[in-house]
Design a protein around this ligand. Structure first.
Ligand code: NAD
Ligand code: DAU
Length: 350
């Protein structure tokens, strides 16, 4: 592999940390710069295994800070950007939508502008890779799948902000010839996910024998993908994806929330040596999420056919190793659930 200087944003977060670990280990010739503001969701503990590698560099900073972003592009001359930094939780976007516009839209604009200014005279071999979500497509009914040409129809402030950033990336491609790729992925799960999202939140609550707050009737469907399979897909798209293309990434793995939660409860009972059925008793149906999308499901046939990508683990394997990770990293879980997390939890679930 030739030498490259790559900026990965949001590398201290859930998906970003897996992408950083994969790139730093696999590509010793690349200089990997991790830019992260270390919000509540960013945690350098996630990167312990690679932090001393000579091809890894951490930059603490906010993508909303335009002059700072310009200065690091001028200094490090990044050949490529893999942009993951974002406000990522739907429930938080409902209580504070503006924070999502700032980071997800304005922050992305700052990166696009800095990248354009640096390379506008010659974009050859450069790439702006934007990591997006299937939520931009809105909701499916009981049938059908999201394809790359499904019209955008976002329903939450989070998905509206991600849709907006996707539009700007594409517009910079059309207007300024900026080389870009966008991928839209389904729900990820796995080690290091902050316990505000369904799977790690419920694992943490089961450990503590706390109520499991299922929104509405629990008949909402998501398509779950193991985070390391997402990181592998990102590596593949980064190296083999085509300029100005979009790829959908998904797990071929739809679950109704209530069925997933029941599976999780059964696995946790086994692993914690609890009486069968004891975790299920924690399930509590609570007020629904406003604007709750009924169903997400990805048609991943394009990336499967063009780049030969398929998830490498089954859901049962992925979920089992995810639970094992949380059970053997209690200190990590304790650290991220102290302080502000308690206030968030109170407000969200009281
Ligand atoms: P996360 O919330 O775990 O991590 C986000 C990271 O971005 C954190 O490290 C945080 O500190 C950093 N960050 C936030 N605001 C910043 C700012 N202003 N400047 C610099 N850094 C900032 O998110 P995640 O779940 O890892 O998601 C990463 C990306 O993947 C997001 O763009 C998200 O939209 C997308 N995505 C997530 C999923 C999923 O299921 N989690 C699925 C599809 C796409
Ligand atoms: O589809 C990709 C998206 O998946 C990503 O873009 C987002 O960043 C990510 O957060 C995720 O969004 P969801 O809203 O689908 O994920 P979440 O884990 O918050 O919720 C999954 C489902 O579980 C959803 O139907 C809401 C429900 N839920 C969630 C929580 C937190 C509950 O029933 N109870 C809860 O307490």
């Amino acid at each position: 592999m030739s030498e490259k200087s790559i900026l990965i944003t949001g590398g201290a977060g859930f998906i970003g940390s897996h992408v950083i670990k994969l790139f730093v280990e696999k590509y010793p010739n690349y200089k990997i710069y991790n830019l992260d503001a270390l919000t509540y969701a960013g945690n350098l503990e996630n990167l312990k295994s690679i932090e001393h590698k000579s091809n890894y560099h951490f930059i603490k900073g906010d993508i909303n800070d335009e002059s700072f972003i310009d200065s690091i592009f001028q200094k490090h001359k990044f050949d490529a950007v893999i942009h993951l930094a974002a406000e990522s939780h739907v429930d938080r976007s409902i209580t504070d939508p503006l924070a999502f516009v700032k980071t997800n839209v304005i922050g992305t604009m700052n990166l696009l502008n800095a990248f354009k200014t640096l390379w506008k005279d010659n974009f050859k071999d450069k790439l702006f890779y934007h990591i997006s979500t299937d939520e931009v497509y809105g909701t499916l009914g009981k049938t059908g799948l999201f394809k790359e040409d499904t019209p955008y129809d976002p329903n939450s402030p989070y998905s509206a902000s991600k849709a907006s950033s996707d539009h700007f990336v594409r517009a910079y491609g059309e207007t300024y010839g900026l080389p870009y790729i966008i991928t839209n992925c389904s729900n990820n799960y796995g080690p290091n996910q902050f316990p505000e999202k369904l799977i790690p939140l419920f694992i943490n609550n089961i450990i503590q024998n706390k109520a499991l707050p299922v929104y509405g009737d629990g008949n909402y469907t998501r398509d779950w993908l193991y985070v390391i399979d997402h990181a592998i897909a990102i590596d593949l798209v980064f190296h083999e994806g085509l300029n100005h293309e979009t790829y959908n990434i998904g797990g071929f793995n739809e679950w109704k929330n209530i069925e997933l939660v029941e599976l999780l409860c059964n696995l946790m009972d086994e692993k914690l040596n609890r009486t069968k059925g004891s975790s299920k008793r924690l399930i509590t149906f609570v007020k629904d999420r406003p604007g709750h999308d009924l169903r997400y499901a990805i048609d991943a046939s394009k990336i499967e056919k063009n780049l030969s990508w398929r998830p490498s683990v089954t859901f049962e394997e992925g979920l089992s190793s995810t639970i094992d990770w949380y059970l053997s990293n209690e200190e990590w879980l304790k650290n991220v659930t102290s302080g502000n997390y308690q206030n968030y939890y109170q407000k969200q679930y009281s």
